[in-house]
Ligand binder design. Sequence first.
Ligand SMILES: Nc1nc2c(ncn2[C@@H]2O[C@H](COP(=O)(O)OP(=O)(O)OP(=O)(O)O)[C@@H](O)[C@H]2O)c(=O)[nH]1
Ligand SMILES: [Zn+2]
Length: 221
Amino acid sequence: MMNKDLIENIGDNHISSNVNTPLLPTAFDKNDDEKIKTIQHHFSKIMETLGLDLTDDSLSGTPYRFAKMYVKELFYGLNPENKPKLSVFENKYSYNKMLVEQNITIDSSCEHHFLPITGHAHIAYIPKDKVIGLSKINRLVDYYAHRPQVQERLSLQILKDLQTILNTEDVIVMIAAKHLCVSSRGIKDKDSFTTTIEYGGCFEKKAYRNEFLNIVNNTTK
Ligand SMILES: Nc1nc2c(ncn2[C@@H]2O[C@H](COP(=O)(O)OP(=O)(O)OP(=O)(O)O)[C@@H](O)[C@H]2O)c(=O)[nH]1
Ligand SMILES: [Zn+2]
């Protein structure tokens, strides 16, 4: 069982409440195995409602597979225990120019339809006293992406965490992604995609944003 602070912050203790993922007070009352059991039960009812024969050997394991996939894979980022350890190091070399980590895979799900959001994140920061292990940026993106999301909140959650960990406002997060709920149902627009860009500190200045965008545009395949 987790305490109230953890529930409210879902492990994102530094980010302001308006960017927290909305959770019930009961969010952590069940462990992963209990959640899988409950989801398995309800998903089998959904399948039965659709008229599917769960005694068929190809379908009988689906409710369990589906539940395990939700809890352990697609939405592992709802469990703060899965938050990656983000190692930061002293900026011994006093590197104080832009560092860009680009083409970070986004595999997320939209919270309105529970359909995939896929694309890339491009992130930059200008170090002060701390630098972060590169892979930890990718891990942080992956963690926040693996929740039911809207792209705006995903961008902000990543930004706020990096600003806190790196002890600087000078961070920018850009995400360009396709929403299957737009391309494969509803309006079924196959070509459109969505770009969000959130930043603070020196990236408020156009010159810094332009330098970042030039690097991303000129070097991203
Ligand atoms: N702002 C924002 N909207 C999103 C995101 N992902 C999905 N949506 C939108 O959420 C909206 C939900 O609108 P509703 O009208 O309630 O749902 P709907 O009837 O399925 O809407 P349509 O997709 O237009 O058929 C849709 O317009 C989606 O495109 C996101 O990351 N950010
Ligand atoms: Zn959607």
